[in-house]
Write a protein that binds this ligand. Structure first.
Ligand SMILES: CC(C)=CCC/C(C)=C/CC/C(C)=C/CC/C(C)=C/CC/C(C)=C/CC/C(C)=C/CC/C(C)=C/COP(=O)(O)OP(=O)(O)O
Ligand code: 1GP
Ligand code: MG
Length: 245
Protein backbone atom coordinates (compact mmCIF):
# COMPACT_ATOMS: atom_id res chain seq x y z
CA UNK A 1 0.00 0.00 0.00
CA UNK A 2 1.36 3.43 -0.91
CA UNK A 3 2.31 5.85 1.82
CA UNK A 4 -0.36 8.46 2.38
CA UNK A 5 0.42 12.15 2.63
CA UNK A 6 -1.98 14.20 4.70
CA UNK A 7 -2.70 17.66 3.35
CA UNK A 8 -1.31 20.71 5.10
CA UNK A 9 -2.77 21.46 8.56
CA UNK A 10 -6.35 22.64 8.55
CA UNK A 11 -9.18 23.14 11.00
CA UNK A 12 -10.27 19.48 10.73
CA UNK A 13 -6.81 17.86 10.40
CA UNK A 14 -6.85 16.17 13.83
CA UNK A 15 -10.49 15.24 14.03
CA UNK A 16 -11.05 11.57 14.87
CA UNK A 17 -14.58 11.79 16.25
CA UNK A 18 -17.25 14.28 15.29
CA UNK A 19 -20.88 14.69 16.34
CA UNK A 20 -23.20 15.90 13.60
CA UNK A 21 -26.09 18.03 14.85
CA UNK A 22 -29.08 18.73 12.66
CA UNK A 23 -30.51 22.26 13.03
CA UNK A 24 -33.90 20.83 12.06
CA UNK A 25 -33.99 18.54 15.11
CA UNK A 26 -34.57 19.41 18.76
CA UNK A 27 -31.87 18.88 21.37
CA UNK A 28 -32.36 19.99 25.01
CA UNK A 29 -29.68 22.17 26.65
CA UNK A 30 -28.47 19.37 28.96
CA UNK A 31 -28.05 16.96 26.05
CA UNK A 32 -26.23 19.59 24.01
CA UNK A 33 -23.90 20.29 26.94
CA UNK A 34 -23.17 16.57 27.28
CA UNK A 35 -22.41 16.30 23.56
CA UNK A 36 -20.09 19.32 23.66
CA UNK A 37 -18.28 18.10 26.80
CA UNK A 38 -18.03 14.50 25.62
CA UNK A 39 -14.44 14.75 24.41
CA UNK A 40 -15.48 14.76 20.76
CA UNK A 41 -13.14 16.70 18.50
CA UNK A 42 -15.80 18.88 16.91
CA UNK A 43 -19.45 19.51 16.24
CA UNK A 44 -20.49 19.45 12.62
CA UNK A 45 -23.76 21.23 11.94
CA UNK A 46 -25.69 19.98 8.95
CA UNK A 47 -28.70 18.23 7.57
CA UNK A 48 -30.14 17.46 4.19
CA UNK A 49 -33.63 18.90 4.78
CA UNK A 50 -35.36 21.55 6.88
CA UNK A 51 -32.20 23.58 7.51
CA UNK A 52 -32.74 27.35 7.66
CA UNK A 53 -30.63 30.41 8.53
CA UNK A 54 -32.66 30.83 11.69
CA UNK A 55 -32.37 27.28 13.06
CA UNK A 56 -28.66 27.16 12.13
CA UNK A 57 -27.88 30.50 13.84
CA UNK A 58 -29.79 29.44 16.96
CA UNK A 59 -27.94 26.15 17.18
CA UNK A 60 -24.56 27.87 16.70
CA UNK A 61 -25.34 30.34 19.49
CA UNK A 62 -26.13 27.45 21.85
CA UNK A 63 -22.99 25.50 20.88
CA UNK A 64 -20.92 28.63 21.49
CA UNK A 65 -21.71 28.39 25.20
CA UNK A 66 -19.13 25.60 25.12
CA UNK A 67 -15.54 25.43 23.86
CA UNK A 68 -15.97 22.68 21.28
CA UNK A 69 -14.86 23.54 17.72
CA UNK A 70 -17.81 23.84 15.41
CA UNK A 71 -18.11 23.70 11.62
CA UNK A 72 -21.02 24.06 9.21
CA UNK A 73 -21.84 21.90 6.21
CA UNK A 74 -23.17 24.37 3.68
CA UNK A 75 -26.04 22.81 1.79
CA UNK A 76 -27.81 26.02 0.78
CA UNK A 77 -26.32 29.51 0.40
CA UNK A 78 -29.30 30.91 2.32
CA UNK A 79 -28.12 29.09 5.46
CA UNK A 80 -24.57 30.45 5.44
CA UNK A 81 -24.38 31.68 9.01
CA UNK A 82 -21.11 33.51 9.84
CA UNK A 83 -19.12 32.67 12.97
CA UNK A 84 -18.36 28.97 12.55
CA UNK A 85 -14.75 27.76 12.94
CA UNK A 86 -14.92 26.18 9.50
CA UNK A 87 -17.18 25.48 6.53
CA UNK A 88 -17.54 22.35 4.42
CA UNK A 89 -19.03 22.35 0.96
CA UNK A 90 -20.41 18.93 -0.05
CA UNK A 91 -20.22 17.65 -3.63
CA UNK A 92 -21.93 14.34 -4.36
CA UNK A 93 -19.65 12.27 -6.58
CA UNK A 94 -22.33 9.68 -7.38
CA UNK A 95 -25.19 12.13 -7.96
CA UNK A 96 -27.20 11.26 -11.08
CA UNK A 97 -28.03 14.95 -11.44
CA UNK A 98 -24.64 16.63 -11.73
CA UNK A 99 -26.04 19.84 -10.28
CA UNK A 100 -25.39 18.20 -6.90
CA UNK A 101 -21.80 17.49 -7.87
CA UNK A 102 -20.87 20.90 -9.24
CA UNK A 103 -23.85 22.95 -10.43
CA UNK A 104 -25.34 24.35 -7.22
CA UNK A 105 -21.91 24.93 -5.74
CA UNK A 106 -20.73 26.86 -8.81
CA UNK A 107 -23.81 29.10 -8.81
CA UNK A 108 -23.44 29.77 -5.08
CA UNK A 109 -19.75 30.67 -5.41
CA UNK A 110 -20.47 32.83 -8.44
CA UNK A 111 -22.94 34.86 -6.42
CA UNK A 112 -21.61 34.75 -2.86
CA UNK A 113 -18.08 33.36 -3.02
CA UNK A 114 -16.53 36.73 -2.18
CA UNK A 115 -18.09 36.42 1.30
CA UNK A 116 -16.52 33.06 2.11
CA UNK A 117 -13.63 32.90 4.60
CA UNK A 118 -11.72 30.64 2.18
CA UNK A 119 -8.91 29.77 4.61
CA UNK A 120 -11.57 28.00 6.69
CA UNK A 121 -13.40 26.30 3.82
CA UNK A 122 -12.96 22.70 2.68
CA UNK A 123 -14.64 20.67 -0.04
CA UNK A 124 -16.14 17.29 0.79
CA UNK A 125 -16.38 14.65 -1.93
CA UNK A 126 -19.44 12.72 -0.76
CA UNK A 127 -20.06 9.17 -1.92
CA UNK A 128 -23.62 8.46 -0.80
CA UNK A 129 -24.08 4.72 -0.27
CA UNK A 130 -27.43 4.37 1.51
CA UNK A 131 -29.93 4.77 -1.30
CA UNK A 132 -32.76 5.17 1.26
CA UNK A 133 -31.22 8.23 2.98
CA UNK A 134 -32.42 11.79 2.66
CA UNK A 135 -29.05 12.79 1.19
CA UNK A 136 -29.46 10.14 -1.52
CA UNK A 137 -32.99 11.25 -2.30
CA UNK A 138 -32.09 14.94 -2.40
CA UNK A 139 -29.08 14.43 -4.65
CA UNK A 140 -30.50 11.54 -6.69
CA UNK A 141 -27.43 9.51 -5.76
CA UNK A 142 -26.78 6.24 -7.55
CA UNK A 143 -25.90 4.12 -4.54
CA UNK A 144 -26.11 0.73 -6.28
CA UNK A 145 -22.56 0.89 -7.58
CA UNK A 146 -19.76 -1.69 -7.41
CA UNK A 147 -16.79 -1.34 -5.07
CA UNK A 148 -14.55 -0.53 -8.00
CA UNK A 149 -16.61 2.56 -8.75
CA UNK A 150 -16.64 3.70 -5.13
CA UNK A 151 -12.84 3.39 -5.11
CA UNK A 152 -12.64 5.30 -8.40
CA UNK A 153 -14.78 8.17 -7.10
CA UNK A 154 -12.57 8.41 -4.04
CA UNK A 155 -9.36 8.39 -6.04
CA UNK A 156 -10.66 10.85 -8.62
CA UNK A 157 -11.59 13.31 -5.86
CA UNK A 158 -8.32 12.72 -3.99
CA UNK A 159 -5.76 12.45 -6.78
CA UNK A 160 -7.18 14.47 -9.66
CA UNK A 161 -9.12 17.14 -7.83
CA UNK A 162 -7.17 17.15 -4.54
CA UNK A 163 -10.38 17.48 -2.53
CA UNK A 164 -9.24 17.40 1.12
CA UNK A 165 -12.12 15.28 2.45
CA UNK A 166 -13.69 12.16 0.96
CA UNK A 167 -16.89 11.32 2.84
CA UNK A 168 -18.38 7.81 2.75
CA UNK A 169 -21.97 8.57 3.67
CA UNK A 170 -24.20 5.71 4.83
CA UNK A 171 -26.48 8.00 6.84
CA UNK A 172 -29.08 5.93 8.70
CA UNK A 173 -27.42 2.54 8.19
CA UNK A 174 -24.11 1.01 9.27
CA UNK A 175 -21.87 0.66 6.26
CA UNK A 176 -19.33 -1.74 4.81
CA UNK A 177 -16.15 -1.42 6.90
CA UNK A 178 -14.09 -3.52 4.53
CA UNK A 179 -14.92 -1.11 1.70
CA UNK A 180 -14.26 1.86 3.99
CA UNK A 181 -10.77 0.53 4.70
CA UNK A 182 -10.14 0.01 1.01
CA UNK A 183 -11.26 3.52 0.12
CA UNK A 184 -9.05 4.99 2.82
CA UNK A 185 -6.10 2.93 1.61
CA UNK A 186 -6.55 4.37 -1.88
CA UNK A 187 -6.34 7.99 -0.78
CA UNK A 188 -3.07 9.91 -0.95
CA UNK A 189 -3.87 13.28 0.60
CA UNK A 190 -7.55 13.39 1.48
CA UNK A 191 -8.94 12.55 4.90
CA UNK A 192 -11.60 9.86 4.86
CA UNK A 193 -14.74 10.76 6.81
CA UNK A 194 -17.08 7.87 7.55
CA UNK A 195 -20.66 8.50 8.66
CA UNK A 196 -23.70 6.32 9.03
CA UNK A 197 -25.65 4.19 11.46
CA UNK A 198 -23.21 4.10 14.36
CA UNK A 199 -25.17 3.08 17.47
CA UNK A 200 -22.84 0.76 19.41
CA UNK A 201 -19.33 0.77 20.82
CA UNK A 202 -18.32 -2.00 18.47
CA UNK A 203 -19.52 -0.12 15.40
CA UNK A 204 -17.72 3.03 16.59
CA UNK A 205 -14.52 1.03 17.15
CA UNK A 206 -14.70 -0.58 13.71
CA UNK A 207 -15.36 2.76 12.00
CA UNK A 208 -12.51 4.32 13.97
CA UNK A 209 -10.13 1.71 12.66
CA UNK A 210 -11.36 1.99 9.09
CA UNK A 211 -11.66 5.76 8.61
CA UNK A 212 -9.69 8.86 9.54
CA UNK A 213 -12.71 10.68 10.98
CA UNK A 214 -15.91 9.12 12.30
CA UNK A 215 -19.16 11.10 12.19
CA UNK A 216 -21.96 10.20 14.59
CA UNK A 217 -25.37 11.76 14.00
CA UNK A 218 -28.86 10.34 14.47
CA UNK A 219 -28.14 8.26 17.59
CA UNK A 220 -27.63 11.52 19.53
CA UNK A 221 -31.37 12.09 19.27
CA UNK A 222 -32.41 8.48 19.93
CA UNK A 223 -30.02 7.27 22.63
CA UNK A 224 -27.76 9.97 24.06
CA UNK A 225 -25.80 7.64 26.36
CA UNK A 226 -24.97 5.34 23.45
CA UNK A 227 -23.93 8.35 21.39
CA UNK A 228 -21.61 9.66 24.11
CA UNK A 229 -19.95 6.27 24.46
CA UNK A 230 -18.85 6.33 20.80
CA UNK A 231 -16.28 9.04 21.57
CA UNK A 232 -14.08 6.83 23.71
CA UNK A 233 -14.53 3.86 21.38
CA UNK A 234 -13.28 5.85 18.40
CA UNK A 235 -10.41 7.40 20.36
CA UNK A 236 -9.24 3.98 21.59
CA UNK A 237 -9.37 2.66 18.04
CA UNK A 238 -7.02 5.49 17.07
CA UNK A 239 -4.32 3.91 19.24
CA UNK A 240 -4.76 0.58 17.50
CA UNK A 241 -4.71 2.28 14.13
CA UNK A 242 -1.35 3.89 14.85
CA UNK A 243 0.19 0.43 14.96
CA UNK A 244 -1.57 -0.83 11.85
CA UNK A 245 -0.89 1.96 9.38
C1 LIG B 1 -19.84 34.13 5.98
C2 LIG B 1 -20.24 33.08 5.06
C3 LIG B 1 -20.23 31.71 5.58
C4 LIG B 1 -20.57 33.39 3.81
C5 LIG B 1 -20.97 32.40 2.81
C6 LIG B 1 -21.33 32.98 1.51
C7 LIG B 1 -21.88 31.91 0.64
C8 LIG B 1 -23.32 31.66 0.71
C9 LIG B 1 -21.08 31.21 -0.19
C10 LIG B 1 -21.53 30.07 -1.06
C11 LIG B 1 -21.18 28.75 -0.41
C12 LIG B 1 -21.53 27.56 -1.26
C13 LIG B 1 -20.62 27.17 -2.35
C14 LIG B 1 -22.64 26.89 -1.01
C15 LIG B 1 -23.06 25.68 -1.77
C16 LIG B 1 -24.31 25.16 -1.18
C17 LIG B 1 -24.80 23.94 -1.89
C18 LIG B 1 -26.01 24.09 -2.73
C19 LIG B 1 -24.17 22.73 -1.74
C20 LIG B 1 -24.67 21.44 -2.25
C21 LIG B 1 -24.91 20.51 -1.08
C22 LIG B 1 -25.36 19.13 -1.44
C23 LIG B 1 -24.54 18.37 -2.39
C24 LIG B 1 -26.48 18.59 -0.87
C25 LIG B 1 -26.98 17.23 -1.14
C26 LIG B 1 -27.31 16.48 0.15
C27 LIG B 1 -26.08 16.28 1.00
C28 LIG B 1 -24.95 15.47 0.49
C29 LIG B 1 -26.02 16.86 2.20
C30 LIG B 1 -24.82 16.78 3.09
C31 LIG B 1 -25.19 16.83 4.53
C32 LIG B 1 -25.84 15.58 5.02
C33 LIG B 1 -25.70 14.33 4.32
C34 LIG B 1 -26.51 15.63 6.11
C35 LIG B 1 -27.23 14.43 6.67
O1 LIG B 1 -28.52 14.65 6.45
P1 LIG B 1 -29.65 14.13 7.43
O2 LIG B 1 -30.80 15.03 7.24
O3 LIG B 1 -29.11 13.98 8.80
O4 LIG B 1 -29.94 12.72 6.82
P2 LIG B 1 -30.78 11.57 7.45
O5 LIG B 1 -32.21 11.93 7.25
O6 LIG B 1 -30.38 10.35 6.67
O7 LIG B 1 -30.42 11.46 8.89
O1 1GP C 1 -26.85 10.10 11.34
P1 1GP C 1 -25.93 8.93 11.16
O2 1GP C 1 -26.59 7.73 10.57
O3 1GP C 1 -25.14 8.64 12.38
O4 1GP C 1 -24.87 9.42 10.04
C1 1GP C 1 -23.96 10.43 10.36
C2 1GP C 1 -23.69 11.34 9.21
O5 1GP C 1 -22.86 10.74 8.27
C3 1GP C 1 -24.92 11.89 8.56
O6 1GP C 1 -24.56 12.78 7.56
MG1 MG D 1 -29.50 12.89 10.31
Amino acid sequence: MEERMIASPSFYADWRHVFKLDPDRTIPDEALAAVCRSGTDAILVGGSSGVTYDNTAKLLARIRRHDTPCALELTDPENAVPGFDGYFIPMVMNARDKDWLIGHQTSAIEEFGFLLPWESVAGEAYIVLNGESTAARVSGADSAIPESRVMAYGQLADRLWRVPVVYLEYSGTFGDMSLTRKVRGGLRQARLFYGGGIRTLEQARQAGEAADTVVVGNVIYDDLEAALATVEAVKISAKEQDHVF
